[in-house]
Write a protein that binds this ligand. Structure first.
Ligand SMILES: *Cc1c(COP(=O)(O)O)cnc(C)c1O
Length: 345
């Protein structure tokens, strides 16, 4: 898509509005007396508003991800980026979005909050894209297609070929949610950012970086799409403490790399051990930090695991996930506890 075509997808009111201008927006430079933001002058360590544009953090992230700071939006979790994409591109009561199912539940919830209709299209029985089903269901009011790769709850990567065909042929925004990309065997789609004006890639600090509590999500897209998201975000959406702790984490990426390596090794071990259990019918191939496991009497197993203090996610009622549990890869000791509990059942 051309940039002008992408521009034409933005809601008129959003395109036209002037964003809130904060005190920190209107003054930039060196000063020693700050009497512009009605802050309390007595230091608590937190009495000043944070940087609304998270400049330092984006600069460091840009280096790490091989993109420009102008390609980065930061949100209060990926969930905020998802919600803002609806508000930027979808007119309530008119537009719709397409969601291959089963997948992450937030796209649907966010659509419903924003009164945007949903076209659910099933993934194949190995949880891959069905390109024909996707393209058949797109209509002139379809604004966003959500692709989760590696997909939650199945754990697999969607085929790169299928994704590329969709990004190439769809006249709307394609969101690729890469929350689990650090655990995957393929590179991020951020490499293709400059090729596609309609591409939005979501990543998060909640998984590999071990910072779910902070609520910090990333969106990578063309500078134009990022400018639209920035225009409609709450001015200080990323608090100062979050920015500080994220900077500290980014200063030691080798720690994250070690965790990821250990989790991937445990994923392999857990997959093998689970496959040996008589009650387990199938362990789906995973490129994430969890395994989808088809098991006899999943609900009963779930409840009995709970009695032993082990909590997993019962996905039995989800489309294509009949009798499936989604099990996060824990530490070696935790995974042993899970395996022992399953053996005892
Ligand atoms: C966990 C997860 C996220 C992360 O969301 P945050 O709001 O950043 O914590 C995003 N997408 C998917 C598919 C996930 O499973």
């Amino acid at each position: 898509m051309t940039l002008d075509q992408v521009k034409s997808l933005v809601r008129k009111n959003v395109l036209q509005l002037s964003p809130y201008s904060s005190a920190r927006d209107e003054f930039e430079g060196n000063a020693s007396v700050f009497l512009d933001a009605n802050e309390n002058p007595f230091s608590t360590g937190y009495n000043r508003y944070p940087d609304p544009h998270q400049k330092e953090l984006k600069k460091r992230l840009a280096e790490l991800k091989g993109v420009a700071p102008e390609n980065i939006f930061l949100g209060n979790g990926s969930d905020e980026a998802i919600d803002l994409l609806f508000r930027a591109f979808c007119q309530p009561g008119l537009h719709n979005v397409l969601i291959p199912q089963p997948t992450y539940g937030m796209y649907k919830v966010s659509a419903e909050i924003n009164e945007v209709a949903i076209k659910n299209v099933p993934l194949t029985d190995v949880f891959d894209l069905n390109f024909d089903a996707v393209s058949k269901n797109v209509d002139s009011n379809t604004r966003i297609i959500f692709l989760c790769s590696p997909n939650n709850p199945s754990g697999n990567l969607l085929s790169a070929n299928g994704i590329e065909r969709i990004v190439n042929s769809f006249n709307g925004i394609v969101v690729i949610d890469e929350a689990y990309i650090d655990f995957a065997s393929t590179p991020s789609w951020t490499e293709k950012l400059s090729t596609f004006n309609n591409l939005v890639i979501l990543q998060t600090f909640s998984k590999a970086w071990g910072l779910a509590n902070l609520r910090l999500g990333m969106a990578f897209a063309s500078p134009f799409i990022i400018s639209i998201l920035n225009k409609i975000k709450p001015p200080y959406n990323i608090n100062g403490l979050t920015q500080k702790i994220a900077m500290e984490a980014l200063a030691k990426p080798e720690q994250t790399k070690r965790w990821v390596e250990e989790i991937i090794a445990e994923r392999k071990r857990l997959e093998e051990k689970l496959t040996e259990l008589a009650s387990v019918e199938k362990v789906f191939r995973s490129d994430a930090n969890f395994l989808l496991v088809k098991i006899q009497e999943a609900r009963k197993q779930y409840e009995r695991l709970l009695e032993r203090g082990v909590v997993v996610r019962d996905r039995s009622n989800v489309q294509l996930c009949d009798n499936c549990l989604r099990i996060t890869v824990g530490t070696h000791v935790e995974n042993e506890q899970l395996l022992n509990a399953l053996k005892a059942l």
